[in-house]
Write a protein that binds this ligand. Structure first.
Ligand SMILES: [Zn+2]
Length: 368
Protein backbone atom coordinates (compact mmCIF):
# COMPACT_ATOMS: atom_id res chain seq x y z
CA UNK A 1 0.00 0.00 0.00
CA UNK A 2 2.74 2.36 1.04
CA UNK A 3 4.72 1.65 -2.12
CA UNK A 4 1.64 2.30 -4.21
CA UNK A 5 1.09 5.56 -2.41
CA UNK A 6 4.71 6.61 -2.99
CA UNK A 7 4.50 5.58 -6.61
CA UNK A 8 1.36 7.61 -7.19
CA UNK A 9 2.97 10.51 -5.36
CA UNK A 10 5.95 10.28 -7.69
CA UNK A 11 3.58 10.16 -10.66
CA UNK A 12 1.78 13.24 -9.38
CA UNK A 13 5.06 15.13 -9.03
CA UNK A 14 6.10 14.10 -12.50
CA UNK A 15 2.77 15.29 -13.91
CA UNK A 16 3.02 18.54 -11.98
CA UNK A 17 6.49 19.31 -13.29
CA UNK A 18 5.36 18.39 -16.79
CA UNK A 19 2.47 20.83 -16.49
CA UNK A 20 4.76 23.58 -15.15
CA UNK A 21 7.18 23.10 -18.04
CA UNK A 22 4.46 23.50 -20.65
CA UNK A 23 4.09 26.80 -22.44
CA UNK A 24 1.65 27.72 -25.17
CA UNK A 25 4.24 29.72 -27.07
CA UNK A 26 5.22 28.33 -30.45
CA UNK A 27 6.41 31.56 -32.07
CA UNK A 28 8.28 34.58 -30.73
CA UNK A 29 8.42 38.13 -32.06
CA UNK A 30 10.85 40.78 -30.90
CA UNK A 31 9.94 44.38 -31.73
CA UNK A 32 12.29 47.29 -31.09
CA UNK A 33 11.70 51.03 -31.42
CA UNK A 34 15.10 52.67 -31.65
CA UNK A 35 15.69 55.11 -28.80
CA UNK A 36 11.99 55.63 -28.03
CA UNK A 37 12.06 57.41 -24.66
CA UNK A 38 10.28 56.23 -21.52
CA UNK A 39 8.94 59.80 -21.23
CA UNK A 40 6.82 59.48 -24.38
CA UNK A 41 5.99 55.78 -24.06
CA UNK A 42 4.63 56.22 -20.50
CA UNK A 43 3.63 59.86 -20.61
CA UNK A 44 2.86 60.81 -24.21
CA UNK A 45 3.70 64.34 -25.28
CA UNK A 46 6.36 65.93 -23.04
CA UNK A 47 5.15 69.48 -22.47
CA UNK A 48 8.59 70.71 -21.40
CA UNK A 49 10.11 69.57 -24.67
CA UNK A 50 7.25 71.10 -26.66
CA UNK A 51 7.64 74.41 -24.79
CA UNK A 52 11.34 74.44 -25.58
CA UNK A 53 10.49 74.04 -29.27
CA UNK A 54 7.87 76.80 -29.27
CA UNK A 55 8.89 80.30 -30.43
CA UNK A 56 8.88 82.87 -27.64
CA UNK A 57 6.21 84.96 -29.39
CA UNK A 58 3.85 81.98 -29.67
CA UNK A 59 1.74 80.18 -27.09
CA UNK A 60 2.36 76.45 -26.69
CA UNK A 61 -1.42 75.90 -26.47
CA UNK A 62 -1.80 77.16 -30.03
CA UNK A 63 0.53 74.58 -31.54
CA UNK A 64 -0.89 71.74 -33.62
CA UNK A 65 1.02 69.17 -31.59
CA UNK A 66 -0.44 70.45 -28.34
CA UNK A 67 -3.93 70.27 -29.78
CA UNK A 68 -3.37 66.78 -31.10
CA UNK A 69 -1.52 65.13 -28.22
CA UNK A 70 -1.85 67.14 -25.01
CA UNK A 71 -4.05 66.10 -22.08
CA UNK A 72 -3.88 66.67 -18.33
CA UNK A 73 -2.65 63.24 -17.26
CA UNK A 74 0.12 60.95 -18.48
CA UNK A 75 -2.45 58.18 -19.03
CA UNK A 76 -4.57 60.36 -21.31
CA UNK A 77 -1.59 61.72 -23.21
CA UNK A 78 -0.10 58.32 -23.97
CA UNK A 79 -3.52 57.08 -25.10
CA UNK A 80 -3.59 59.90 -27.64
CA UNK A 81 -0.14 59.00 -28.87
CA UNK A 82 -0.33 55.19 -28.82
CA UNK A 83 -4.02 54.29 -28.60
CA UNK A 84 -3.66 50.66 -29.67
CA UNK A 85 -0.64 49.89 -27.52
CA UNK A 86 -2.20 51.34 -24.36
CA UNK A 87 -5.90 50.89 -25.04
CA UNK A 88 -5.77 47.30 -26.25
CA UNK A 89 -2.39 45.57 -26.00
CA UNK A 90 -1.35 46.64 -22.50
CA UNK A 91 -4.90 46.62 -21.17
CA UNK A 92 -6.09 43.27 -22.44
CA UNK A 93 -3.10 41.23 -23.55
CA UNK A 94 0.14 42.26 -21.92
CA UNK A 95 2.22 44.22 -19.46
CA UNK A 96 5.02 46.76 -19.45
CA UNK A 97 8.01 47.35 -17.19
CA UNK A 98 10.07 50.50 -16.89
CA UNK A 99 7.79 53.20 -15.44
CA UNK A 100 10.03 54.39 -12.64
CA UNK A 101 7.27 56.59 -11.22
CA UNK A 102 5.54 53.31 -10.28
CA UNK A 103 8.65 51.62 -8.90
CA UNK A 104 9.53 49.56 -11.97
CA UNK A 105 12.81 49.98 -13.81
CA UNK A 106 14.33 48.35 -16.88
CA UNK A 107 17.97 49.03 -17.69
CA UNK A 108 20.80 48.22 -20.03
CA UNK A 109 23.79 46.50 -18.46
CA UNK A 110 26.08 47.92 -21.14
CA UNK A 111 27.53 51.31 -20.26
CA UNK A 112 27.46 52.65 -23.80
CA UNK A 113 23.79 53.59 -24.21
CA UNK A 114 23.79 53.65 -27.96
CA UNK A 115 22.50 51.35 -30.65
CA UNK A 116 24.97 48.59 -31.54
CA UNK A 117 25.78 47.77 -27.89
CA UNK A 118 22.05 47.86 -27.05
CA UNK A 119 20.91 45.59 -29.87
CA UNK A 120 23.80 43.25 -29.25
CA UNK A 121 22.87 43.02 -25.57
CA UNK A 122 19.26 42.30 -26.50
CA UNK A 123 20.17 39.69 -29.11
CA UNK A 124 23.14 37.95 -27.49
CA UNK A 125 22.06 38.27 -23.85
CA UNK A 126 25.22 39.99 -22.71
CA UNK A 127 26.95 43.37 -22.79
CA UNK A 128 30.40 43.35 -24.39
CA UNK A 129 31.63 46.87 -23.73
CA UNK A 130 35.25 45.80 -24.12
CA UNK A 131 34.59 44.73 -27.74
CA UNK A 132 31.53 46.62 -28.98
CA UNK A 133 32.42 50.28 -28.82
CA UNK A 134 30.92 51.80 -31.95
CA UNK A 135 28.07 51.60 -34.47
CA UNK A 136 30.53 50.60 -37.20
CA UNK A 137 29.65 47.89 -39.68
CA UNK A 138 31.58 45.14 -37.94
CA UNK A 139 30.32 41.55 -37.82
CA UNK A 140 29.10 40.67 -34.33
CA UNK A 141 31.39 37.92 -33.07
CA UNK A 142 28.80 36.80 -30.50
CA UNK A 143 25.95 34.58 -31.74
CA UNK A 144 22.42 35.92 -31.38
CA UNK A 145 19.31 34.37 -29.91
CA UNK A 146 17.95 34.32 -33.47
CA UNK A 147 20.74 31.96 -34.48
CA UNK A 148 20.30 29.93 -31.29
CA UNK A 149 16.56 29.42 -31.87
CA UNK A 150 17.10 28.55 -35.51
CA UNK A 151 19.38 25.71 -34.43
CA UNK A 152 17.21 24.48 -31.57
CA UNK A 153 14.00 24.52 -33.64
CA UNK A 154 15.81 23.17 -36.74
CA UNK A 155 14.35 25.94 -38.88
CA UNK A 156 15.30 27.03 -42.35
CA UNK A 157 16.58 30.53 -43.07
CA UNK A 158 13.09 31.84 -43.93
CA UNK A 159 11.60 30.79 -40.63
CA UNK A 160 13.89 33.05 -38.61
CA UNK A 161 13.81 36.57 -39.95
CA UNK A 162 14.85 40.08 -39.02
CA UNK A 163 13.71 43.30 -40.71
CA UNK A 164 15.35 46.54 -39.65
CA UNK A 165 15.17 50.16 -40.72
CA UNK A 166 18.85 50.58 -39.80
CA UNK A 167 21.36 48.96 -42.15
CA UNK A 168 23.90 48.06 -39.45
CA UNK A 169 21.48 45.42 -38.15
CA UNK A 170 22.81 43.15 -40.90
CA UNK A 171 26.08 43.05 -38.94
CA UNK A 172 24.61 42.90 -35.44
CA UNK A 173 21.92 40.24 -35.62
CA UNK A 174 23.93 37.27 -36.85
CA UNK A 175 27.47 36.16 -36.18
CA UNK A 176 27.49 33.92 -39.28
CA UNK A 177 26.44 35.86 -42.33
CA UNK A 178 23.50 34.39 -44.21
CA UNK A 179 22.27 32.01 -41.53
CA UNK A 180 18.89 33.76 -41.20
CA UNK A 181 16.76 36.10 -43.32
CA UNK A 182 17.92 39.66 -42.66
CA UNK A 183 16.78 42.72 -44.51
CA UNK A 184 17.96 46.13 -43.35
CA UNK A 185 18.48 49.72 -44.43
CA UNK A 186 17.87 50.46 -48.10
CA UNK A 187 18.25 46.81 -49.06
CA UNK A 188 15.43 45.76 -51.38
CA UNK A 189 13.38 42.82 -50.15
CA UNK A 190 13.57 40.00 -52.65
CA UNK A 191 10.05 38.55 -52.77
CA UNK A 192 7.99 37.53 -55.73
CA UNK A 193 5.14 39.89 -54.92
CA UNK A 194 4.06 42.80 -57.15
CA UNK A 195 3.44 45.18 -54.26
CA UNK A 196 6.86 44.51 -52.74
CA UNK A 197 8.52 45.03 -56.12
CA UNK A 198 6.88 48.48 -56.36
CA UNK A 199 7.89 49.26 -52.78
CA UNK A 200 11.52 48.38 -53.55
CA UNK A 201 11.49 50.99 -56.32
CA UNK A 202 9.72 53.57 -54.15
CA UNK A 203 12.26 53.08 -51.38
CA UNK A 204 15.02 54.15 -53.76
CA UNK A 205 13.03 57.06 -55.13
CA UNK A 206 11.68 58.39 -51.83
CA UNK A 207 14.51 58.13 -49.33
CA UNK A 208 14.33 59.20 -45.69
CA UNK A 209 16.57 62.09 -44.53
CA UNK A 210 19.17 59.53 -43.38
CA UNK A 211 21.74 57.53 -45.30
CA UNK A 212 21.62 54.39 -43.19
CA UNK A 213 17.99 54.33 -42.02
CA UNK A 214 14.96 53.86 -44.29
CA UNK A 215 11.43 54.82 -43.34
CA UNK A 216 9.80 52.34 -40.97
CA UNK A 217 6.94 51.92 -43.43
CA UNK A 218 9.16 49.82 -45.71
CA UNK A 219 10.60 47.79 -42.85
CA UNK A 220 7.16 47.05 -41.51
CA UNK A 221 5.55 46.17 -44.84
CA UNK A 222 8.46 43.91 -45.81
CA UNK A 223 8.22 42.13 -42.46
CA UNK A 224 4.47 41.68 -42.86
CA UNK A 225 4.90 40.31 -46.37
CA UNK A 226 7.47 37.83 -45.05
CA UNK A 227 5.16 36.88 -42.18
CA UNK A 228 2.29 36.17 -44.58
CA UNK A 229 4.43 34.27 -47.09
CA UNK A 230 6.68 32.17 -44.84
CA UNK A 231 5.04 32.23 -41.39
CA UNK A 232 8.35 32.41 -39.50
CA UNK A 233 8.55 31.03 -35.96
CA UNK A 234 10.99 33.75 -34.93
CA UNK A 235 10.65 37.35 -36.16
CA UNK A 236 12.63 40.45 -35.25
CA UNK A 237 11.07 43.76 -36.30
CA UNK A 238 13.44 46.65 -35.67
CA UNK A 239 11.97 50.10 -36.30
CA UNK A 240 14.18 53.15 -36.31
CA UNK A 241 12.55 56.51 -37.03
CA UNK A 242 11.94 57.38 -33.37
CA UNK A 243 15.70 57.72 -32.91
CA UNK A 244 16.61 59.63 -36.04
CA UNK A 245 13.92 62.30 -35.83
CA UNK A 246 14.91 62.85 -32.20
CA UNK A 247 18.60 63.24 -33.07
CA UNK A 248 17.55 65.93 -35.51
CA UNK A 249 15.59 67.69 -32.77
CA UNK A 250 12.33 67.23 -34.65
CA UNK A 251 9.84 66.59 -31.86
CA UNK A 252 6.79 66.67 -34.11
CA UNK A 253 8.11 63.88 -36.34
CA UNK A 254 9.39 61.92 -33.32
CA UNK A 255 5.85 61.80 -31.94
CA UNK A 256 4.30 61.08 -35.31
CA UNK A 257 6.74 58.21 -35.92
CA UNK A 258 5.68 56.70 -32.59
CA UNK A 259 2.05 57.17 -33.55
CA UNK A 260 2.65 55.38 -36.86
CA UNK A 261 4.47 52.59 -35.02
CA UNK A 262 1.35 52.18 -32.88
CA UNK A 263 -0.70 51.68 -36.04
CA UNK A 264 1.83 49.08 -37.18
CA UNK A 265 1.48 47.24 -33.88
CA UNK A 266 -2.27 47.14 -34.49
CA UNK A 267 -1.86 45.73 -38.00
CA UNK A 268 0.65 43.15 -36.75
CA UNK A 269 -1.61 42.10 -33.88
CA UNK A 270 -4.68 41.82 -36.10
CA UNK A 271 -2.76 39.64 -38.52
CA UNK A 272 -1.56 37.39 -35.69
CA UNK A 273 -5.12 37.05 -34.38
CA UNK A 274 -6.42 36.11 -37.83
CA UNK A 275 -3.85 33.37 -38.40
CA UNK A 276 -4.12 29.95 -36.73
CA UNK A 277 -0.37 29.47 -36.59
CA UNK A 278 -0.01 32.60 -34.45
CA UNK A 279 -3.24 33.18 -32.53
CA UNK A 280 -2.80 32.23 -28.87
CA UNK A 281 0.64 30.77 -29.60
CA UNK A 282 2.83 33.84 -30.03
CA UNK A 283 4.84 35.72 -27.43
CA UNK A 284 6.05 39.24 -28.17
CA UNK A 285 8.59 41.51 -26.51
CA UNK A 286 8.53 45.20 -27.38
CA UNK A 287 11.59 47.12 -26.27
CA UNK A 288 14.22 49.71 -27.04
CA UNK A 289 18.00 49.64 -27.54
CA UNK A 290 18.76 52.60 -25.27
CA UNK A 291 17.10 55.50 -23.48
CA UNK A 292 17.76 59.21 -24.01
CA UNK A 293 18.14 62.32 -21.91
CA UNK A 294 15.13 63.37 -19.79
CA UNK A 295 15.20 67.15 -20.23
CA UNK A 296 14.46 69.68 -23.01
CA UNK A 297 18.22 70.12 -23.32
CA UNK A 298 19.17 66.48 -23.82
CA UNK A 299 16.06 64.59 -25.01
CA UNK A 300 17.65 64.37 -28.47
CA UNK A 301 20.78 62.62 -27.21
CA UNK A 302 21.95 59.40 -25.64
CA UNK A 303 25.28 57.72 -24.96
CA UNK A 304 27.41 57.34 -21.85
CA UNK A 305 27.57 61.08 -21.15
CA UNK A 306 23.79 61.54 -21.14
CA UNK A 307 22.27 60.98 -17.70
CA UNK A 308 19.47 58.39 -17.50
CA UNK A 309 20.00 57.04 -21.03
CA UNK A 310 20.47 53.60 -19.46
CA UNK A 311 16.77 53.48 -18.57
CA UNK A 312 14.66 51.58 -21.07
CA UNK A 313 11.21 50.00 -21.16
CA UNK A 314 10.06 46.48 -22.00
CA UNK A 315 6.56 45.23 -22.81
CA UNK A 316 5.40 41.64 -22.97
CA UNK A 317 2.46 40.05 -24.70
CA UNK A 318 2.33 36.30 -24.23
CA UNK A 319 -0.24 33.55 -23.83
CA UNK A 320 2.11 32.34 -21.07
CA UNK A 321 1.99 35.50 -18.97
CA UNK A 322 -1.08 36.66 -17.06
CA UNK A 323 0.44 40.06 -16.22
CA UNK A 324 -1.55 43.06 -17.46
CA UNK A 325 -0.88 46.78 -17.47
CA UNK A 326 2.06 48.52 -15.86
CA UNK A 327 4.47 46.79 -13.52
CA UNK A 328 4.50 48.35 -10.05
CA UNK A 329 7.11 48.06 -7.27
CA UNK A 330 8.86 45.33 -9.22
CA UNK A 331 12.43 44.18 -9.23
CA UNK A 332 14.53 45.87 -11.90
CA UNK A 333 14.86 43.92 -15.13
CA UNK A 334 17.70 44.14 -17.62
CA UNK A 335 18.25 44.26 -21.35
CA UNK A 336 20.46 41.16 -21.17
CA UNK A 337 17.43 39.07 -20.11
CA UNK A 338 15.56 39.33 -23.41
CA UNK A 339 17.37 36.49 -25.20
CA UNK A 340 16.83 34.01 -22.35
CA UNK A 341 13.19 35.05 -21.98
CA UNK A 342 12.40 34.50 -25.66
CA UNK A 343 14.18 31.13 -25.45
CA UNK A 344 12.36 30.05 -22.32
CA UNK A 345 8.97 30.75 -23.87
CA UNK A 346 10.01 28.27 -26.57
CA UNK A 347 11.16 25.86 -23.83
CA UNK A 348 14.91 26.30 -24.37
CA UNK A 349 17.63 27.25 -21.94
CA UNK A 350 19.61 30.09 -23.49
CA UNK A 351 22.50 29.35 -21.11
CA UNK A 352 23.32 26.49 -23.50
CA UNK A 353 24.53 29.12 -25.95
CA UNK A 354 25.75 31.74 -23.48
CA UNK A 355 26.25 30.79 -19.83
CA UNK A 356 26.94 34.45 -19.00
CA UNK A 357 23.69 35.76 -20.47
CA UNK A 358 21.02 37.35 -18.30
CA UNK A 359 18.43 34.91 -16.97
CA UNK A 360 14.80 34.71 -18.11
CA UNK A 361 12.68 37.49 -16.58
CA UNK A 362 11.30 35.76 -13.50
CA UNK A 363 8.14 37.87 -13.21
CA UNK A 364 6.91 36.51 -16.54
CA UNK A 365 7.15 32.93 -15.34
CA UNK A 366 5.36 33.29 -12.02
CA UNK A 367 8.30 34.66 -10.01
CA UNK A 368 8.56 38.02 -8.25
ZN1 LIG B 1 19.60 53.48 -31.15
Amino acid sequence: MKTRFLLSLAWLCLCASFVVAQTKTENVILVSLDGARCEEVFGGLDLNVLKSKTRSDRKVEDSALYKQFYAATAEERRMKLMPFFWGTLMKEHGSIAGNRALGSAAMTTNKMWFSYPGYSEILTGQAHDEVIKSNDRIRNQFPSVLEFLKGKLKLNDKQVAGFSSWDVMNWIAESKEGSITLNAGYEPYDLNDPRIKVMNEDMKGAPSPWDSVRHDHYTFEFAMAHLRRYQPRVLFLSLGETDDWAHGGNYEQTLKALQRNDGQFKALWEYLQSTPQYRGKTSIIFTVDHGRGPTPLNWMDHGEKVPEAQYIWMAFVSPDSALRGEWKNAETIYQNQVAATLSKWLKFDYAEQNANAGKPIAQLFGGK
